[in-house]
Design a binder for this molecule. Structure first.
Ligand SMILES: [Zn+2]
Length: 257
């Protein structure tokens, strides 16, 4: 097997290591998540460094290493400049990178994950409407869950299989979807889900990006969808999504000013 290879990926995470090096986690188009070492990138003279910023889409050359593969070259394909020019949009990007990184183990993700992640970054880069951007993120969450094999059941009661009525439903990550009130029981970890939120989630699950781009939702509904998905994602991850707080702080501040 060759000691070197090329790959295309998006930077999900970076952390400092040693004097001047950095560990960089990528979501690669064909190989899934990969953490590699970029040597000397914290030196001012580094030519690779500007291309290895968080959320950059890059073309890479790598060499096989013992613990980590080594980034020998990094060339920018897309830097998502609009996204990075605005703190609110950057915070959304960080949030997406965090959930993608947290859900994937090394080697996981692959082509579906890469395309989904690249698509949503491109849409956020080109969109100015805050509610639309939020909806793109929710669509990403729904589609990402599906790509991971965690597609929530939203049409039938998970427990009895009956088609769900319009009201008195609960979303439960524990059983992988929605249950009716009568099937919920007393111990199931679940959260009420309104009719409109359920309809919106089904829409995001079924429709493609072109259709989703045309949908307009109210700020209130957007907030509700965000709440149920956060509940679902954090339960699956078994931890808090840290950058969600940063998003709320930055976006909240922007709305007030
Ligand atoms: Zn039922």
């Amino acid at each position: 097997m060759s000691r070197t290879y090329s790959a295309e990926g998006i930077v999900l995470k970076r952390s400092n290591i040693g004097e001047a090096d950095r560990l960089v986690t990528f979501l690669l188009r064909y190989r899934g998540k990969l953490t590699a070492i970029a040597k000397g990138v914290r030196k001012i003279s580094s030519r690779k460094a500007p291309n290895l910023e968080l959320l950059n889409h890059v073309k890479l050359h790598l060499a096989k290493g013992k613990t980590f593969d080594i980034v020998t070259e990094a060339e920018s394909i897309e830097a998502f400049k609009n996204l990075k020019s605005d703190l609110a949009r950057v915070s959304f990007g960080f949030y997406l990178a965090e959930i993608t990184n947290e859900f994937l183990a090394e080697g996981q993700g692959g082509r579906d994950g890469f395309e989904l992640f690249g698509k949503v970054l491109g849409l956020i880069d080109q969109e100015n409407n805050l509610e639309k951007i939020k909806l793109f993120i929710r669509a990403f969450e729904v589609k990402f869950l599906e790509s991971l094999g965690f597609k929530p059941e939203l049409d039938k009661c998970v427990r009895c299989g009956r088609i769900l009525g319009p009201s008195a439903n609960f979303l439960s990550p524990e059983v992988g979807g929605v249950v009716e009130k009568s099937c919920r029981g007393s111990t199931l970890f679940a959260q009420p889900i309104s009719r409109n939120t359920l309809v919106a989630l089904r829409f995001l699950q079924r429709e493609d990006w072109n259709t989703i781009q045309r949908l307009a939702v109210s700020a209130n509904l957007n907030k509700e969808i965000e709440g149920v998905l956060r509940f679902y994602l954090e339960h699956l991850l078994e931890k808090e999504i840290k950058s969600a707080r940063f998003v709320n702080k930055v976006v909240g501040r922007q709305l007030k000013s």
